[in-house]
Design a protein around this ligand. Sequence first.
Ligand code: PMP
Length: 336
Amino acid sequence: MTAADSLLSLVGGTPLVRLGRTAPEAEVHAKLEYLNPGGSVKDRAALAMVLDAEESGALPPGGTIVEGTSGNTGLGLAQVAAARGYSSLFVLPDKTAVEKLDALRAYGAEIVLTPAGLPREHPDHVVAYAARLAKETDGGWLADQYGNPANPDVHRRTTGPEIWEATAGRVTHLVSTIGTGGTITGTGEYLREVSGGRVQVVGADPETSLFSGGDGSPFAVEAAGHYWHPQTVDVGYPEVYRPDVVDRVLPIGDRESILTARALARTEGLLVGGSSGTAAAAALRVAREAGPDAVVVAILPDSGRAYLSKYHSEQWLRRQGFLDDDRPGTLASLVS
Ligand code: PMP
């Protein structure tokens, strides 16, 4: 062991663990992104975007990092800001859970709330508001995770090579959820290139999400997938997402995602979030189809700690109607 110079040098380098109890006949590995210091896969993009902005001069010393997100990217950016001496400012919808606001404030971030549900083209919609604040703030810089090429690039440089190395080049399938598309695009590009096109890149997507051909209606799994606000104009896929890198996208229903996340906690000891359930469910399906020679790697984006009152709560599951079916192998059969 050596002492790290900075918390930020501990970002990335996450382990793979085989899902040996869930899929004993197959070789399915989970990449545990919740072991990043900020608790999610977004630590990588957050750090990379900041380093890139430092280098280009877009973020001056002592400047302010601005973004419109309540999710893991916000935590990653707030963490980098604290560790490198920047201020951070987040614009969030006013319905954001208080725990998320408190987590950002704990890192010293400033929060601006805007009404939830505004159409995308409204000047006070989180994205437009954050862009405006970045311009108006002296030394302000907008991270822009959906359009920033440093986001997919860090996965090309780190996540992809880590998977190749950890499987000694044996990986046959990559399975990843798609939010900004940074993870799947960068990791997928690297693994396709290094394997001469042998590695299959599979998206795992909430059933009604647009990446997998859904109608864009809302779904329960947070932070992955893509849906339209009913009053919103079609803004297209995120700029950083490259669908041509992805061989296919599997739609996974909320019930299956949540059931799988809960099963991972109970049978593997992996307490993960809902999108990890989506990725693992798709990986298990891929392994079943591809047969015993497949080496499947699923990226699990974050921890279940943030969702103890949702996917891992029996009361929440009951309220959402997920426990209405008590056949064996269903969610109802997994609780108490
Ligand atoms: N799952 C979770 C929990 C996330 O926070 C994110 C990032 N929004 C994703 C999946 C998707 O990752 P990406 O943005 O790299 O596509």
